[in-house]
Structure formats: structure tokens, C-alpha cells
Design a protein around this ligand. Sequence first.
Ligand code: CP
Length: 313
Amino acid sequence: MTTFSFLETDDLSTAEIEGLFAQASQIKKDFLQYRYFRESSFSASANQKLLLSLLFFEPSTRTRSSFEMAALRMGWTASFFDGASKEGTSLIKGETFEDTFWTLHAMGPNILVVRCGDELKLEVLKKTSQIPILNAGYGTHSHPTQALLDVFTMRESYSSLQGRRILFVGDVRHSRVAKSHFRLLPRFGAEVGVVGPENFMQNLPANVQQFQNLQEALPWADVVVGLRVQLERHGEALAFSRDQYIQNFQIQKSHGDLLKPTALLFHPGPVNWGLELNPNVRELPHFKMWQQKQNGVFVRAALLDLVAKKNGY
Ligand code: CP
């Protein structure tokens, strides 16, 4: 049996994603009623005592915790390796990221959830790994589970995304979330737009529409996704004026007048409050960030179940 890894949303057919969303909906419904996950929501993997290994070389709150909580609520166990702080691991002694990956692989978890930058090549590791790898955020390339949970959350408000317009605001260039969405959203019939400083845009796909300012972009959108300005990835080469960014691209409560009444305002988190979002956006009825966070647990639980099933667990 070939090992099935999940590195990008393209690894699943649209029918499989629809099935995953239906399952996540059921898990959520059960959870809101009973406050625990019911075994009947899962195909075969709940309470099998599968072991999830979380191997994170970059910091995380949402992705790590939602994978861990999903696994624990499914009756699995989870083990976290903190490769982001390095202290307390053999990375500090010069062990490579790749050797670290293979060390954890050798210990035999059932699934490896990996967050990393370009130090690891997930698409290469996938070819020889005998343990399924799940992409939990890969450099500036991809963050497929975030894209899945975002689309799931959009569909709780819009039953279909056909013809819906999704706008990404800000640091598109460094956003792995936006890159995964550029691949996923068109599969559901959505149109994609971007707006932000010109030097925050790079290699946009042909089907992505670029706007010049928030005044023209916000009324266009059914969903607005504010992106974190990823200062840690800018380096010295990227000139960035915080004041100019705030003046031209910060989303504020007053922008509510430009939004459609039904529009949703998302942010994958973490937020630089006062930079890409003014704290007063929390007063807008459009603001759905906490719903995204909650849904992350249900969507990732459904994904764990699917990956377990596809690997014969
Ligand atoms: N959205 C997201 O990936 O958040 P974390 O970095 O906290 O996991």
C-alpha cells in the first residue's frame, strides 16, 4: 500500500473534500450538543490509540493546538516536538532538520504533522516516508489545512462559493495561506482578488484580480481575508513603511460602510493588531475570526480520520 500524505489541497479530490466538510459539520454538531466527539462521526480511526507526532520547526498556536485537541478528542495520543525554539533539542548541537525528521520517523508514529520552512523539502521526504506526512504550514508555499478550514467556514454562511468573490488584503507575497487558497478556491467556483502594497505582490496567478485600493476592493468582496504582515520574512530587501501601510491598507471599523452587509471578515491569525487590522474591527458583525479558529479543530479531526482511512489504519 502506498503511503498517502497530505501536502496540498490538490492531494484530495473535490468529492473527498466535500465528504470531509460533511464529516466536519457532523463532528461540530455533535460537539456543540455533547461537548465531546462521538465515535460514530469517524470511520474507523477513533479510539484506535493512533499516535500523532507534531514536528514543528516554526512557532504555532492555532495549528498545533487544533491538531492536538482534535487527536486527543478522537481518543488518539499526540506527541509534540518543539523544533522552533531549538533549545532543549539536539538542533542546538547542530543536528539537521532532515535528520530530526527521520529520527522522529524512526520512532514510528502513525502520522507526522510537520510545520517547516525551506530547510526541509516536504515533497522530497514524502517520496520515501513510510509514515503519512501532513503539511501544517510550509514556508511561504502552502498551508492547506488553513485553506480547508477557511472554505468550510465560508460555506457555513454561503452554502455555495460559486461566483463568490474572495479578497486577500496585505502581505500576499509571504502568505502560504493565500497561496493554498489560490489553488483551492477556484475549484469551488470562487473568484479571487488581492489588494495591498505593490511590493507585497509577487507571481500572482493569471486568474487573480489585483485591486489598487481598499475603496475599490472591499465593495467587490463577499469574503475579506486580512493577512498578517510577516515582518519576520521581510529581511532588509523589502522596504516597508508601517505608517503608509496603516493609512492605505489597514482594515478598520469604518470600512464596514464599504462592505456588503453579508460580507465576512476573516484573518488566519495570529493578528498584528494595529497593523493589518484595527482592534475596532471586532465590533463589526462581519468579523468571523473566532469561528475560523473553532472550525480548525473539526476540519482537522475530519482530515486525520480521512488520512488514517486512506492509509489503512
Ligand atoms: N493560522 C495559523 O497557522 O496560526 P498558527 O501559526 O498559530 O498555527
